[in-house]
Design a protein around this ligand. Structure first.
Ligand code: NDP
Length: 326
C-alpha cells in the first residue's frame, strides 16, 4: 500500500515538502477482515486545521475514501462491495469492518461513486443539516453562502432554492460566479474584485440577510454580521480564510450586531447528525436524481497528485467537490 504521510506539521500554507509518500507491504487478512482498494479520495479543507489539532508527524494524512473490497473474510463486506471509510490518504488498507459504511444499497448505476464523498456524502450532509437545522431556514427568507462554488456551498445554495428562499452566493473567480448563476443562485459576486464588501452585500439584498451559512470566517464574516436582519441565524460551518494564518486573530468583535440584531450564531460539526445520516443521504440522492441538485466535481487523476490537489483546494482551484481518482 502507498500512503501519504504528514512529514512535517504545516506552518502557514502547506508545502510539498510537508508530505512524504511511503510504501508498505500489507499482511495477509485474518478471519473477519477485508482488504480494500481505494478508488476515490476526498480532498477537504478540514484536513488543514485537523492535522494541527489531532495528528502527529509521521501519521497517515486523514481523509475519506470510496474503496472496493478486493479480498474478504467478512460476510458483511463481500468482494466487489463498495464502502466509504475514513482510511486516509492510502491506496489499500485492511479493515475489520469497524468504521466502514457500505454505500447506499440503492446507489444508481448512472451516478459516479465519487458523489459519496461530495453531494451524497459528508459535504452534502453538512449543507443539509447546517442549513435546515442550524440556520433553520424558512421559505421566503434570504440566505447568504460563502465559498458558494465549493462542495458544501454549492449544495447549500441549491437546497435553499428548493426550499423557497432567495440565495446570494459569492466565490473567488468570475467563472465560479457564472457557474453559481447556472446552479440557480439569485445574486452572486466575486469577493476578490468587488471593492467594498459592504456595498456588494447591500446591493445583492438591500433588506439584509436572514441566514448566513459561513464557510470562510475572518474579516469577511465580521462585515456580514452587520448586514444581518433582526433574529438572523448564522451557521458557522468553516473558517477557511483563517486556516493557514500564522498570527493569532485580533479584533473583529461580534457582540454589537449580535445584541442589536438579536442574532443566533452557532458552530457545528456534521457528525452531530450521524444518527440521521440515512435521512440526509436519501433526501440528497432524491434531489440529485430529480435533477434539482447538480453536483459539480473537480477531479484530479492519480494518487501521487493528492498533496497538489489539497494545496490547490486551499488556493481555490476547485469548482465543486475536489476529488482524486486513483
Ligand atoms: P470547498 O469545495 O468550498 O473548497 C474550498 C474553497 O474555499 C476554495 O475553492 C476557495 O474558493 C475558498 N477559499 C479558499 N481560501 C479562501 C479565503 N481566504 N477566503 C474565502 N474563500 C476561500 O470546500 P468544502 O465545501 O469542502 O468546505 C467549505 C467549508 O466548510 C470549509 O471551511 C470547511 O472547513 C467547512 N466544512 C465544515 C464541516 C463541518 O462539519 N463543520 C464539514 C465540511 C466542511 P473561492 O475561489 O471561492 O475562494
Amino acid at each position: 500500500a502507498k500512503s501519504w504521510i504528514l512529514k512535517k506539521h504545516f506552518e502557514g500554507f502547506p508545502k510539498s515538502s510537508d508530505f512524504e509518500l511511503k510504501e508498505v507491504e500489507l499482511p495477509k487478512i485474518k478471519d473477519g477482515e477485508v482488504l480494500l482498494q481505494t478508488v476515490f479520495l476526498s480532498v477537504d479543507p478540514y484536513m488543514r486545521p485537523y492535522s494541527r489539532r489531532y495528528m502527529k508527524e509521521g501519521d497517515i494524512m486523514i481523509g475519506g475514501v470510496v474503496a472496493k473490497v478486493v479480498e474478504s473474510k467478512n460476510p458483511t463486506y463481500p468482494v466487489g462491495a463498495f464502502v466509504v471509510s475514513n482510511a486516509g490518504w492510502t491506496t489499500h488498507f485492511i479493515s475489520s469492518g469497524k468504521g466502514l459504511q457500505l454505500m447506499l444499497r440503492e446507489w444508481p448505476e448512472k451516478l459516479p461513486r465519487s458523489l459519496a464523498l461530495g453531494t451524497i456524502g459528508m459535504p452534502g450532509l453538512t449543507a443539509y443539516f447546517g442549513l435546515l437545522e442550524v440556520c433553520r431556514m424558512k421559505p421566503g427568507e434570504t440566505v447568504l453562502v460563502t465559498a458558494a462554488a465549493g462542495a458544501v456551498g454549492s449544495v447549500v445554495g441549491q437546497i435553499a432554492k428548493i426550499k423557497g428562499s432567495k440565495v446570494v452566493g459569492c466565490a473567488g473567480s468570475d467563472e465560479k460566479v457564472a457557474y453559481l448563476k447556472q446552479l440557480g443562485f439569485d445574486e452572486t459576486f466575486n469577493y476578490k474584485t468587488i471593492g467594498s464588501l459592504e456595498e456588494a452585500l447591500k446591493k445583492a439584498s438591500p433588506d439584509g440577510y436572514d441566514c448566513y451559512f459561513d464557510n470562510v470566517g475572518g474579516e469577511f464574516s465580521s462585515v456580514v454580521l452587520n448586514q444581518m436582519k433582526k433574529y438572523g441565524r448564522i451557521a458557522v460551518c468553516g473558517a477557511i480564510s483563517l486556516y493557514n494564518d500564522t498570527v493569532e486573530q485580533k479584533g473583529n468583535y461580534v457582540q454589537i450586531p449580535m445584541i442589536f440584531q438579536e442574532l443566533c450564531m452557532e458552530g457545528f460539526i456534521v457528525s452531530r447528525w450521524d444518527n440521521r445520516r440515512e435521512e440526509g443521504l436519501k433526501a440528497l440522492l432524491k434531489w440529485v436524481e430529480e435533477g434539482k441538485i447538480k453536483c459539480p466535481e473537480h477531479v484530479t487523476e492519480g494518487f501521487g497528485n493528492m498533496p497538489a490537489a489539497f494545496m490547490g483546494l486551499l488556493k481555490g482551484e476547485n469548482t465543486g467537490k475536489a476529488i482524486i481518482k486513483v
